[in-house]
Design a binder for this molecule. Sequence first.
Ligand SMILES: *[C@@H]1O[C@H](CO)[C@@H](O)[C@H](O)[C@H]1NC(C)=O
Ligand SMILES: *[C@@H]1O[C@H](CO)[C@@H](O)[C@H](O)[C@H]1NC(C)=O
Ligand SMILES: *[C@@H]1O[C@H](CO)[C@@H](O)[C@H](O)[C@H]1NC(C)=O
Ligand SMILES: [Zn+2]
Length: 206
Amino acid sequence: MFSKLAVPLVISISVTPLILVLYLKNRRKQKQVKDTDCIKCIFITARNSDCRNHLMNNYTCSPSCSMTYLIEILKFLKSAKQTISLCMYMLTLDSVYETLVEAHNSAINVRVIADSEMSRNTSSKIISLKSKGIPVKMQPLDGSLMHHKFCLIDETDVLSGKLFFGSTNLTLQGLSSNWDQIIFTNKYSIIKRFSEEFEYLWQELN
Ligand SMILES: *[C@@H]1O[C@H](CO)[C@@H](O)[C@H](O)[C@H]1NC(C)=O
Ligand SMILES: *[C@@H]1O[C@H](CO)[C@@H](O)[C@H](O)[C@H]1NC(C)=O
Ligand SMILES: *[C@@H]1O[C@H](CO)[C@@H](O)[C@H](O)[C@H]1NC(C)=O
Ligand SMILES: [Zn+2]
């Protein structure tokens, strides 16, 4: 009786920790992949000063060309399956405008928070976005700047949620003349915080 039970008992006692260790090791590996693999940084500096024309002519001079960066941004926006939540101080780029309208027309939930002062600028695309039916909100004209520059994609989806944030306006100058950066990430803990802030602002604003 005793020996009949002892064999499975010994086996399960020795195998269980092994399975647990393998499981935890695998989980850590998956976590590391998600945390590090899809972080990408774009830096705009003096080497981009000739790239203004490249942005205007859709020409790519190098991997660090402003046009390469714009293509990266457009690819990011076009990858949205459910939502685009954009918070942007200044937006003048036609291709970004067109991509947002295209997404909106494909039943993607596009929402934009913009700066009220910047939106009055004739080169700004914010009023045009509004006229295409995209919901836009702005901060009260109280002297504060809606200075954020970030964009969430499919942020309620833990697996496919994405974010870019940084200092760069979506303008010709932002991508070619200023010294700025954009960070792309799929790290969910950051996405979650930006998403919470976006929803908070969206509730607060008219
Ligand atoms: C740039 O040119 C490529 C190839 O002709 C085209 O597919 C793409 O839509 C163009 N992009 C912009 C932003 O005009
Ligand atoms: C619009 O913004 C640009 C810079 O992006 C600036 O040069 C221009 O003076 C502004 N126009 C108006 C009417 O404020
Ligand atoms: C963004 O664009 C505005 C308007 O052109 C400009 O005043 C500002 O310096 C730009 N850069 C940042 C980081 O806001
Ligand atoms: Zn270039």
